[in-house]
Design a protein around this ligand. Structure first.
Ligand code: NAP
Length: 242
């Protein structure tokens, strides 16, 4: 596939976001890879592709996000697709979570997508064209014990997706959500082998997801083949949550 379209991917330096950067770059998209802390990883990825540029910004910081979006317009001329992928997790009892930890998680997982959507929408609305893909989680659908804040933030991402799809649909902007099951990345590095085996036993397809599985779903939602899809939650999870 060859396309002149531009995609901005938050949290593109590692894990699922990194796989998305590879998938979109190989499909011919211009890619703005957002990183926060992993600058060297972002640089390594960008070295491999002429059509990948990088920008360091904390998605929780509104001015940094505005600067990143403006930089993307300067470099590539437009943002056709926004993927709100950056996220952090917290595992522990809710009563042990401090207000600072709660606010930090919400500022990245929920305020981050708000900052990005707000920054890209004026031009998407003027263009009467654009796609936003928000990354939630199965925990945003079912809730997970010891991940109350994370589950709440990811349920919030689903609510944001559905409401915004209604709000900007008349401007021909599609807003969808991917709610992955468990995927092998740094985010689940504190899971023990026993826990991972127990989860695998619960998954009808018998395996944990790969980052590429999620990237392919994003590539589909970004493509013209998904032009009549908006406000939906697609959950690549191997049948774990149905
Ligand atoms: P990961 O391997 O831990 O990578 C997280 C990415 O988010 C990194 O690129 C990181 O960038 C970026 N990031 C974190 N805080 C940021 C901030 N404040 N501003 C900008 N970027 C920030 O996680 P992952 O598993 O790939 O997760 C990606 C998304 O999928 C998340 O939204 C996560 O909640 C969701 N998800 C994951 C799973 C799973 O099982 N792995 C399942 C369901 C949903 P730096 O390293 O540059 O700081």
């Amino acid at each position: 596939m060859n396309t002149n379209k531009t995609v901005l991917i938050t949290g593109g330096s590692r894990g699922i976001g990194k796989a998305m950067v590879y998938a979109f770059a190989k499909a011919g998209y211009n890619v703005m890879l957002n990183f926060n802390r992993s600058e060297s990883s972002a640089n390594e990825i960008a070295k491999e592709f002429e059509n990948v540029k990088i920008y360091g910004a904390n998605v929780a910081d509104q001015q940094s996000v505005i600067n990143m979006v403006n930089y993307t317009y300067e470099v590539f001329g437009n943002i056709d697709i926004l993927i709100n992928n950056a996220g952090i997790s917290y595992t522990g009892l809710l009563q042990d979570m401090s207000i600072d930890e709660w606010n930090n998680l919400m500022s990245v997982n929920l305020t981050g997508p708000y900052n990005l959507c707000k920054a890209v929408l004026p031009r998407m609305i003027a263009n009467k064209s654009g796609k936003i893909i928000n990354i939630s989680s199965v925990w945003g659908i079912t809730g997970a014990s010891c991940e109350a804040a994370y589950s709440a933030s990811k349920a919030g991402v689903i609510g944001l997706t559905k409401a915004l799809a209604k709000e900007v649909g008349p401007s021909n902007i599609k807003v969808n959500c991917i709610a992955p099951g468990i995927v092998m990345t740094d985010m689940i590095s504190d899971y023990s082998m026993e826990e991972l085996n127990a989860i695998t036993d619960e998954i009808p397809l018998g395996k944990i997801g790969s980052t590429e599985d999620i990237a392919k779903t994003a590539l589909f939602l970004a493509s013209d083949d998904a032009d009549y899809i908006t406000g939906q939650v697609i959950s690549p999870n191997g049948g774990w949550v149905i």
